[in-house]
Design a protein around this ligand. Structure first.
Ligand code: HGY
Ligand code: MN
Ligand code: MN
Length: 434
């Protein structure tokens, strides 16, 4: 185990198992902050997110951080360095969830950031640590993911702000309301001293469990396209309209869904999902006239992903022509695949192997805030094993031992990061006085 500058062995007396148990308990406490009693749902700027921020803020303050909320609802805890001008390491993930979520997606990454600061036990490093709990990564409320990290990277743009939620509330109006209620909220923009972003996250898939590994190092995050497809047929009486005279929007959509599923199954490394569907007039005795489907397509290679989206949309149009159904589609957003920072991947490799785990490089099929941060600051992710590969589901789980391993590897990452800063200007190095 390498020692911290100044000769201290970072982990000789640190009880990582206790810190891991605390992180687990905290995930349970945050899970109580829900907009839907009986299941875990926390969406952008909701009352449950407010309660969650208040709870997490206390833990951050108790760990010795200065805590603010920013104007996009992100929770920002800063653990200062030995000097004001010091560079910063950002450790973050998201605090919002999908509907009926598990309790570790996002939240665990924030708890691990706080746990690492607690593991320092008051010791100041030559770099500061900012822990960020992003206010929205899942995109449930506005159909646009990464609102929190877009605000931090100044990429939350006018078309995004104009989006409306299911109640017709525009994002800018929701933000205005939030800022009126939080006059002390700070500017979300990333501090110029930020030098790297590290995100811990559950894998949300089966690979690490299958390989018998507690941790993995993410080097690529798959790109994603999200679209809405509308099938406009003609509603009519279910009892009196002969089959050959129907323009059944749901039958058309169903044909399309199965065509997409079998086409996607033939494309290695590609996933395509329709997770949301609405049907009007939604009555058992009426032929559906209007159906809206979501489409989520992902692949590590952007060219393959875009070609697949094109293919799926052409299939919808061809079905529409044959069935005399009008088909429209809107590309809601797309996010290119992201390669993470190779120097930080190496640093994460060393940190993981320092604790006796052979570093397994992975592509993340799930999107993460790291894919937004990576365009602005060198970024890397460390995955924790997902028992059963389950996520976006109440059965989502994590092993306490893997959390302790992540904390040990994280501490080793911090130790290596000081050396990693060698690449920055001498003036910043001078600020690294232990
Ligand atoms: O959908 C995703 O990939 C992530 O969970 N937001
Ligand atoms: Mn998620
Ligand atoms: Mn997530």
């Amino acid at each position: 185990m390498r020692t911290m500058p100044g000769g201290q062995t970072a982990t000789a007396e640190t009880d990582f198992d206790a810190l891991a148990a605390t992180a687990l308990t905290r995930c349970d406490t945050v899970a109580e902050c829900t907009d839907e009693p009986g299941r875990i749902t926390r969406t952008f700027l909701s009352p449950a997110m407010e309660r969650c921020n208040r709870v997490v803020q206390e833990w951050m303050q108790a760990a010795g951080m200065v805590v603010n909320v920013d104007r996009a609802g992100n929770l920002r805890g800063y653990y200062s360095a030995s000097s004001e001008a010091a560079p910063r390491l950002i450790i973050g993930s998201h605090l919002d969830t999908v509907p009926n979520a598990g309790r570790y997606d996002g939240v665990l990454g924030v708890m691990l950031g706080i746990g690492l600061v607690e593991a320092l036990a008051g010791r100041r490093l030559c770099f500061g640590i900012e822990v960020i709990g992003f206010s929205d990564e899942e995109g449930v409320r506005y159909g646009l993911p990464f609102i929190g990290s877009r605000a931090v990277t100044s990429t939350l743009l006018a078309p995004h702000l104009a989006r409306r939620d299911a109640a017709g509330v525009a994002m800018y109006a929701a933000l205005d309301r939030f800022q009126a209620a939080h006059p002390d909220a700070i500017d979300p923009e990333l501090d110029a001293r930020a030098r790297a972003y590290l995100e811990f996250h559950i894998e949300q898939g089966p690979i690490l469990e299958h390989a018998g590994l507690a941790l993995g190092v993410v080097e690529t995050i798959a790109g994603q396209s999200r679209a809405t497809i509308t099938f406009q047929g003609k509603s009519g009486h279910a009892g009196t309209t002969p089959m050959f005279l129907r323009r059944d929007a749901l039958a058309a959509a169903a044909e399309w869904l199965t065509a997409v599923e079998s086409a996607a199954s033939r494309m290695p490394g590609l996933v395509a999902t329709t997770g949301r569907i609405s049907c009007e007039p939604d009555a058992a005795n009426v032929i559906p006239g209007l159906v809206r489907c979501s489409l989520d397509v992902r692949h590590a290679d952007d060219v393959i992903r875009r070609a697949a989206v094109e293919d799926f949309l052409c299939r919808a149009e061809a079905i529409g022509v044959r069935r005399e159904i009008e088909v429209e589609h809107v590309l809601e957003f797309e996010q290119a695949a992201v390669g993470l920072d190779l120097a930080l991947v190496k640093l994460a490799d060393r940190a993981v192997s320092d604790i006796g785990i052979s570093p397994r490089h992975m592509t993340s099929g799930a999107g993460h805030d790291a894919m937004i941060m990576a365009a602005h600051v060198p970024s890397v992710m460390i995955f924790l094993r997902s028992p059963g590969g389950i996520s976006h589901h109440p059965d989502e789980a994590v092993y306490a031992g893997d959390i302790a391993a992540a904390l040990r590897a994280g501490m080793s990452f911090l130790e290596g990061f000081e050396a990693h800063l060698e690449q920055f200007s001498e003036s910043e190095r001078k600020s690294c006085t232990i």
